[in-house]
Design a protein around this ligand. Structure first.
Ligand SMILES: [Zn+2]
Length: 264
């Protein structure tokens, strides 16, 4: 017998695959300043429209052996990978939390963070549509939560968490500029951490920042040792923030409890 839980997880996975397909469009078009609604999906090489049956998440890429049906040019592996990651993470969200309002918040943030991680790694851009748009969405989802009695207090807490996170990164940015005489971090990173704080609250956002700094420092050291970088090589810090934010959805609360346990 298939349990109702596994059917819910399966549906979450399918929803994730479809959202992942849309996320591919956003990743491709937002940093270039193009509309995500028009024109319809088309091949980047021959510019022919892609019919719905050639646009099924993962499946179409496999059936077409990763090539366009018309011009036979390669279609990037990134498309099925982003779709698979979104499908797997949505399924993991439902499996981890069950079907609650919180799951909707977690899945929405994961969708945005996955897109931002890829966009920053490729273009060093964190589009406002995702960071500020995400901040507004987090605020709305928190305040509109059904069965919530203290909407004003939740609104106040969410706004304060986002503001505190943004101020912390702004201060770090100013300090870095003052010491090193150049910018070490973009304003996109500030907006991104504010968005994460609105979704997760301040303590988990600070944990995200801490993990991102650790991961980025580790990556820099590896690059320096391998001779692939020098002291001023730019790192897409937004990608590290986004990846840490996704990890914190699943591991953040147990990690914080473990940490607080040291002081009791
Ligand atoms: Zn083509």
């Amino acid at each position: 017998m298939i349990s109702p839980e596994s059917i819910t997880v399966l549906f979450a996975c399918i929803a994730g695959l479809l959202c992942g397909s849309f996320l591919n469009v956003c990743i491709l078009r937002l940093p270039a300043g193009e509309s995500i609604l028009t024109p319809r999906s088309h091949c980047r090489h021959c510019r022919r429209a892609i019919p719905a049956f050639d646009n099924l998440p993962i499946l179409s890429w496999l059936v077409l052996h990763g090539r366009c049906r018309h011009c036979d040019q390669k279609i990037s592996r990134q498309y099925p990978l982003v779709e698979a990651a979104t499908g797997a993470l949505f399924a993991a969200c439902v499996w981890h939390t069950g079907l609650h309002w919180q799951t909707l918040l977690d899945a929405t943030m994961i969708f945005l963070l996955l897109g931002l991680a890829v966009m920053d790694a490729q273009t060093f851009l964190l589009p406002d549509a995702f960071t500020l748009g995400g901040l507004g969405t987090a605020f709305a989802l928190r305040v509109l939560q059904p069965s919530l009695s203290q909407r004003i207090s939740v609104a106040k807490h969410t706004a304060l968490a986002a503001l505190a996170a943004a101020l912390l990164l702004l201060l770090t940015r100013w300090l870095y500029r003052w010491l090193r005489k150049h910018d070490g971090m973009g304003l996109g990173d500030v907006k991104l951490l504010a968005m994460i704080a609105a979704f997760l609250g301040l303590p988990l956002a600070l944990l995200t920042l801490f993990l991102a700094v650790l991961a980025a420092a580790g990556a820099s050291i590896v690059q320096l040792v391998r001779g692939r970088a020098h002291a001023k090589t730019m790192l897409p810090f937004g990608s590290f923030l986004a990846a840490s934010g996704i990890a914190v959805v699943f591991l953040g609360r147990p990690l914080l409890r473990w940490y607080v346990g040291f002081f009791h």
